[in-house]
Ligand binder design. Structure first.
Ligand code: HEM
Length: 416
């Protein structure tokens, strides 16, 4: 059982608003000291369950506490899923399927997709997932060191994703480049970061559009197996799915399937590297791995989920106007003292209380079963081969914040 190290929060200043605190923060852009984003969220949460955040030329609200977050996530009519551009405050001009759909249209897609992520489907590919994790660890063990983010956390879920989708594995490095530019551009200037992300998004879109056209042109029996091919024949409400919808679905899968597990692994392994007693418990008793996965998920949620207010309302005493942008900070809810006793303590024996790491309500993560398998298998396969490792002395890890929180690098060493 280990307490997470106290870290100075990224800068935040407060002023008292008419109805809720107003916080001045930098939310996206340059990487910051690891966990300083979380420490900043602690300050926001301690200031109140909802804070107003003026940002660039616009503003948004952030929900910080578990019970209010749950209420907002479950009330999809009042708080539909909608992403705003942080610079302009306008709605973004794209729709990822199913995450950015709402209402009946969203429910139809969920029904279609549910079977692809059902436990039986995921259990059936467990061996493949395990082989991939074992192969990556085997390739690293003799080196005695690695950058965990680049050499494992990014590569592992990405290759599982390529396998599920039926995309060529030799495209892994290209995908990783796009993924980094879209989700964690290593750029101090938020505007340059935005341009980089848009260019990479354009490249991924072009890649998937080309792939759809190519596969449609192939005789059905010659198309590679996997979701990307099966999707060509999907029916929605009795009609054939359009190529535009397929594109929007592939793009969401690309974002949701890759970066999430990567980000979660970076925090989990940083904790185990920095807390040898917790790591040793797992090594000595691999049977506790499910509890390790769950407690690390509870303590390190990574997604800040976007919502728009559909009509004037009040959230936790704070009036918010229709059209306002609300970010529900799930990483903050995992550290909420009102929901979890001594939340900064990682305790594998903790009595399980519900956490919001996979969200709640109609958009709750479709891939949670797959994610739990990937994480558990990664913890198992790594510790079978590399049980003792550490972060080199003097190294300061960094994290990026925004829609997704993740460590941007994590050097690890061990005796080869
Ligand atoms: C540790 C890993 C993961 C975490 C923490 C996570 C978290 C989340 C969260 C919080 C949401 C809700 C978003 C919202 O309410 O706006 C979500 C949605 C979603 N996730 Fe995950 N996710 C993970 C892994 C995955 C994986 C591996 C896949 C699939 C390959 C996946 C597929 C999806 C999809 C399709 C949605 C949209 C569901 C909908 O809108 O109906 N996720 N995820």
């Amino acid at each position: 059982m280990a307490k997470t190290k106290a870290v100075a929060p990224a800068p935040v200043t407060f002023e008292q608003g008419a109805h809720c605190p107003i916080a001045h923060i930098t939310w996206t852009g340059a990487p910051r000291a690891a966990m300083s984003g979380h420490a900043m969220l602690d300050e926001l949460r301690h200031a109140g369950p909802i804070v107003e955040i003026p940002y660039l030329s616009t503003k948004f609200y952030m929900v910080t506490q578990h019970d209010v977050a749950l209420e907002v996530a479950q009330n999809a009519k009042l708080f539909p899923q909608q992403v705003h551009d942080m610079e302009t405050g306008e709605r973004v001009p794209y729709t990822f399927i199913p995450q950015m759909l709402n209402g009946a249209e969203h429910a139809t897609w969920r029904r279609l997709l549910a079977s692809y992520f059902a436990p039986g489907k995921i259990n059936a590919i467990d061996d493949r997932i395990r082989d991939r994790a074992a192969e990556l660890v085997k390739g690293l063990v003799d080196k005695g060191e690695c950058d965990f983010v680049q050499d494992f956390a990014l590569r592992f879920p990405t290759s599982v994703f390529l396998g599920m989708m039926g995309l060529p594995v030799d495209q892994l490095d290209m995908m990783l480049g796009w993924e980094t530019d879209i989700l964690h551009p290593d750029e101090p200037d938020p505007m340059v970061a935005r341009d980089k992300a848009q260019a990479a998004q354009g490249a991924v879109t072009q890649y998937f559009a080309g792939m759809i056209a190519e596969r449609r042109a192939m005789a059905p029996e010659t198309r590679p197996a996997g979701i990307a091919t099966e999707a060509l024949d999907w029916q929605i409400d009795g009609r054939q799915v359009t190529d535009q919808e397929l594109l929007q679905f592939y793009l969401l899968m690309f974002m949701a399937g890759l970066d999430t597990v990567t980000a979660e692994l970076t925090y989990g392994f940083a904790h185990l590297a920095n807390n040898p007693e917790d790591r040793q418990r797992l090594v000595d008793d691999p049977g506790i791995v499910d509890r390790v996965t769950e407690e690390l998920l509870r303590a390190y949620p990574i997604v800040n989920i976007p919502r728009e207010v559909s009509e004037d309302t009040v959230i936790a005493g704070c009036p918010v106007k229709a059209g306002s942008f609300v970010v529900v900070s799930l990483p903050s809810t995992g550290r909420d003292e009102k929901q979890h006793d001594d939340p900064l303590n990682i305790d594998f024996d903790r009595e399980t209380k519900s956490h919001l790491t996979f969200g709640a309500g109609p958009h709750r993560c479709l891939g949670s079963h797959l994610a739990r398998h990937e994480l558990t298998i990664a913890y198992e396969e790594w510790h079978k081969v590399i049980p003792n490792y550490w972060v080199p002395e003097g190294y300061e890890a960094t994290e990026s914040t925004g829609g997704m929180m993740a460590l941007t690098s994590l050097p690890l060493r061990w005796k080869a």
